[in-house]
Write a protein that binds this ligand. Structure first.
Ligand SMILES: Nc1ncnc2c1ncn2[C@@H]1O[C@H](COP(=O)(O)OP(=O)(O)O)[C@@H](O)[C@H]1O
Ligand SMILES: Cc1cn([C@H]2C[C@H](O)[C@@H](COP(=O)(O)OP(=O)(O)O)O2)c(=O)[nH]c1=O
Length: 204
């Protein structure tokens, strides 16, 4: 039996990651895993309160980064670490790569400061697998415009998302052992086939 794994979903807004979350959770349940599905910012009562503030209120950009990590500290303590210790699999809709991509890439905060916070908040925890749903900006924007009311991040301009996407891709190249880049312009069924293969490889 494989040990419990920590899987994260990443990508710019509108890339399609939420579309595939429950599909991957179901794949794991078919393989008899107990799965905890969670999200960032959020995943705990405090984290969800911070999420509402983060997604809707203006603040200093470093405050935003610090609150992302504060929510994450609580999330790890209350949800992620206990689940992995129990032997459950954890799927998180975003984790620290999102802070590097959005606050580091998009907001242009110092990556060294973010790395220091990462080292403080989770020196030993990293995802076993990070699925990066990648699409050109115009595709993501068209998908967002077609579906929902935009929050603070989703209202950002094209150059913000270009820098966010570039930082995601830079991190994927830096950590190739845990990242899998999914070409999210493909049909949903094609992506699902690819995900099935990736999950089978992880759980073997
Ligand atoms: N591969 C795809 N092809 C076409 N439309 C897609 C695809 N993936 C997602 N979508 C659509 O794009 C929109 C945004 O997807 P969503 O999963 O909510 O994005 P995210 O969670 O990355 O912001 C949804 O309406 C979804 O149905
Ligand atoms: C976890 C995290 C999210 N975010 C942003 C990215 C998203 O725009 C937003 C919420 O993420 P998400 O849950 O993907 O939004 P939605 O429910 O609209 O699909 O928070 C950061 O900027 N930094 C972070 O560290």
């Amino acid at each position: 039996m494989t040990t419990a794994k920590f899987i994260t979903f990443e990508g710019i807004d509108g890339a399609g990651k939420s579309t595939h979350l429950s599909f991957v959770a179901d794949l794991l349940r078919e393989r008899k895993k107990t799965v905890v599905v969670t999200r960032e910012p959020g995943g705990t009562s405090l984290g969800e309160s911070l999420r509402t503030i983060l997604l809707h209120e203006k603040m200093h950009l470093e405050t935003e980064a610090l609150l992302m990590f504060a929510a994450r500290r609580e999330h790890i303590a209350q949800v992620i670490a206990p689940a992995l210790e129990r032997g459950d699999w954890v799927i998180s809709d975003r984790f620290t790569d999102a802070t590097f991509a959005y606050q580091g890439g998009g907001r242009k905060l110092d990556l060294q400061k973010l790395a220091a916070l990462e080292q403080w908040v989770h020196p030993h925890l990293q995802p076993d697998l990070t699925l990066l749903f990648d699409v050109p900006l115009d595709v993501a924007r068209a998908r967002l415009d077609a579906t929902r009311t935009l929050d603070k991040f989703e209202q950002e301009k094209a150059d913000f998302f270009a820098a966010t996407r570039a930082e995601y891709l830079r991190r994927a190249a830096e950590f190739p052992q845990r990242f899998r880049i999914i070409d999210s312009t493909q049909a949903i069924a094609t992506i699902q086939d690819q995900l099935r293969g990736i999950i089978a490889g992880l759980d073997s």
